[in-house]
Design a protein around this ligand. Structure first.
Ligand SMILES: [Zn+2]
Length: 166
């Protein structure tokens, strides 16, 4: 296990260096401000997130994420925002080498790969949910400051509640 930990630490250092080569730490997408380093790319002196780079290149901003890696289940895919997918894919480099290379051949390693896949996806989704919560609260604060506590009436947005079913 300690050998695996050393391998993981060494791999993480290589990965950090690779990511730092793409863009410097603290960089953000010049279009949307995305700061997820795994999703940032340098193109012709500009820094763009995966989604805005894809948009400029005429590609979809979403990708099909293989929930349990393509090797284990090529059909289990879910359409995922590109930046989030870059982050999920990056976390797979943290998996023990033996899981990344032999999961298709060993039932225990397969179970580990499935558990790691779900764990990684869940923690990325939770980080995005937290960002959404923080963003919505900042937006609420700005709306109240500019339009008062009944901001939705001042802006004629209408109520939130769903209409009664017919
Ligand atoms: Zn962007």
């Amino acid at each position: 296990m300690s050998g695996e930990r050393v391998g993981k630490a060494a791999h993480r250092a290589v990965r950090r260096a690779r990511l730092a080569g793409k863009v410097s730490p603290g960089s953000t997408c010049e279009v949307c401000g995305c700061s997820v380093q795994a999703a940032l790319y340098r193109r012709k002196g500009r820094i763009l997130c995966y989604e805005h780079l894809a948009k400029e290149e005429g590609r979809a901003i979403t990708e099909m994420d293989h929930l349990y890696t393509e090797d284990l289940d090529p059909d289990a895919v879910v359409e995922t925002p590109g930046n989030m997918h870059r982050e999920i894919e990056e976390l797979r480099y943290d998996w023990p080498e033996v899981v990344r290379t032999r999961a298709a051949d060993d039932p225990l390693l397969r179970a580990l790969a499935v558990a790691l896949s779900e764990y990684d996806r869940a923690r990325v989704v939770v980080r995005y949910r937290r960002a959404e919560i923080d963003f919505l609260f900042r937006l609420y604060t700005v709306l109240v400051a500019q339009y008062g506590q009944r901001w939705w009436e001042a802006l004629s947005v209408g109520p939130f509640w769903p209409k009664a079913e017919p």
